[in-house]
Write a protein that binds this ligand. Structure first.
Ligand code: BES
Ligand code: MN
Ligand code: ZN
Length: 453
């Protein structure tokens, strides 16, 4: 749907926020209309108020102006009739309110006609609209990339999307694809992706002044995950277009960082592959060489994400970034532990974890720290190689995946790993069912606090 912010002077229908059961601040004739409609102003409930001529005059919205209700304002974008609206009064976090309104208007309309809806809001007083748009654009980019099915979002198209973003911000892109991966010693990216008709590749974006602190983002770009020869059942494969959710998230975050011109030397690494089945597919029991020189026995071809990330992380680690972040739809186990809406993250950096948890709470971008529990490292032992890619008992699947990745990071001053779901399975005011950005709003807050240009 069409969405726009209007300037303060614009003529618009007033929308009053009504807190709880009391209609105390509602004046006539809206008060009588509310009573005759039994409108109780419960959080998130909307009532349109007509004028004498029957045309739309104003609206009431049940809303406690508390930080944790801010995202519920998203319900207005699709709930209100087309037209121009002004939220009356002050909001406790006007920029977050503006982001919520934008997110509430999100539609994925690539494959059918748009709803045709059009709504405009007077920019909430004191909102930083430029920043709100930048953050919402990043989130919507991630959603669009995830929602696009693999026939239109394979490794080539993911590369094209990365190039489009890079070009928009004057960033440099280099891509290593197909056999060339072998000469760059990116053996595991090649092995995972070589069975696909669409060549595996490593997308490498660089942006910002060379002298600025190095921040590197790595995103799992498995454009489709069949499981490989350890094939997934139909139910487990159905949603696997979203297995590039980590890549989508880091591109969304990169767009926020570059848009804000943060003082960082940014690098984005995306191993983009399709985990397919063919005569040349990698097999259970194979031993792969890796960029880092660690040999990896394949216990399960469906644990492919950690393999491609390991090569990308090893490469990233070589230039000793100040901060190395990876995001990946890495394990089903993360969902078993915390559910779809609460992604676990892992880091040894206490300061970073504290800043991130604080930011996550402030902008309601939930995440939960889980431990890099070193005693579980022994579960990844192989009889013939330096490590296996899976454990035999399957316990603590998200932790052991994180521990696997940790072996490939040595020199980065700080490393954090995010095991995201990348999908919203139940509609929320700010998000329809479908691809979802996770943790990047919180990360944007931390990075812009640290590296404001
Ligand atoms: N992409 C999946 C993980 C996944 C599945 C994330 C469903 C979100 C929803 C990943 O490549 C995978 O298949 N992981 C396996 C690892 C196992 C073989 C050790 C898993 O989680 O089952
Ligand atoms: Mn898999
Ligand atoms: Zn996967």
């Amino acid at each position: 749907m069409q969405f726009e912010f209007l300037s303060a002077e614009a003529d618009a229908h007033p929308l009053d926020l009504v807190d709880g059961d009391s209609l105390g601040n509602v004046r006539e004739p809206a008060l009588s209309w509310a009573k005759s409609n039994a409108f109780k102003a419960a959080e998130g409930k909307l009532l349109i108020v007509p004028g004498k001529d029957g045309a739309i005059e104003s609206a009431l919205f049940g809303h406690s102006d508390k930080p944790d209700a801010m995202l519920n304002l998203a319900a207005l974008s699709k709930g209100l009739p087309d037209g121009d609206w002004r939220i009356e009064g002050e909001l406790c976090d006007p920029t977050l309110a503006a982001i919520a309104l934008r997110l509430g208007a999100y539609e994925f309309s690539r494959y059918r006609k748009e709803s045709g809806r059009s709504i405009r809001f007077v920019a909430p007083e004191n909102a930083d609209i430029v920043r709100a748009n930048r953050i919402a654009d990043g989130i919507c980019l991630a959603r669009d990339l995830i929602n696009t099915p693999t026939n239109d979002m394979g490794p080539e198209q993911l590369e094209a999307a990365a190039r489009t973003l890079a070009t928009a911000h004057g960033a440099d892109v280099s891509v290593t694809a197909g056999e060339a991966l072998l000469s760059e010693k990116l053996f595991m990216i090649h092995a995972v992706g070589r069975a696909s008709a669409h060549a595996p590749r490593l997308i490498d974006i660089r942006w910002g002044p060379l002298s600025a602190p190095k921040v590197t983002l790595v995103g799992k770009g498995v454009c489709f995950d069949t499981g490989g020869l350890d094939i997934k059942p139909a139910s487990g494969m159905l949603l696997m277009k979203k297995d590039m959710g980590g890549a989508a998230n880091v591109l969304g975050l990169a767009s926020m960082i570059m848009g804000a011109k943060l003082n960082v030397r940014l690098r984005v690494l995306i191993p983009a592959v399709e985990n397919s089945i063919s005569g040349n597919a990698f097999r259970p029991g194979d031993v792969l060489q890796s960029r880092k020189g660690i040999s990896v026995e394949i216990g399960n071809t469906d644990a492919e994400g950690r393999l491609i990330l390991a090569d990308a992380l090893a490469l990233a680690d070589e230039e000793e970034p100040a901060l190395l972040i990876d995001m990946a739809t890495l394990t089903g186990a993360a969902r078993v532990a915390l559910g779809p809406d609460l992604p676990p993250f892992y880091t040894d950096d206490e300061q970073f974890a504290a800043e991130l948890e604080d930011a996550a709470a402030r902008v309601f971008d939930p995440l939960w720290r889980m431990p890099l529990w070193q005693p579980y490292k022994s579960k990844l032992e192989s009889r013939i190689a330096d490590t296996n890619n899976v454990t035999t008992d399957g316990f603590a699947g998200s932790i052991t995946a994180a521990l696997f990745l940790q072996r490939f990071v040595e020199k980065a001053a700080s490393w954090a790993h995010f095991d995201v779901y990348g999908w919203n399975p139940t509609a929320k005011p700010w998000s329809p069912v479908g691809g979802e950005a996770q943790c990047i709003h919180a990360l944007e807050q931390v990075l812009s606090q640290r590296y404001r240009g």
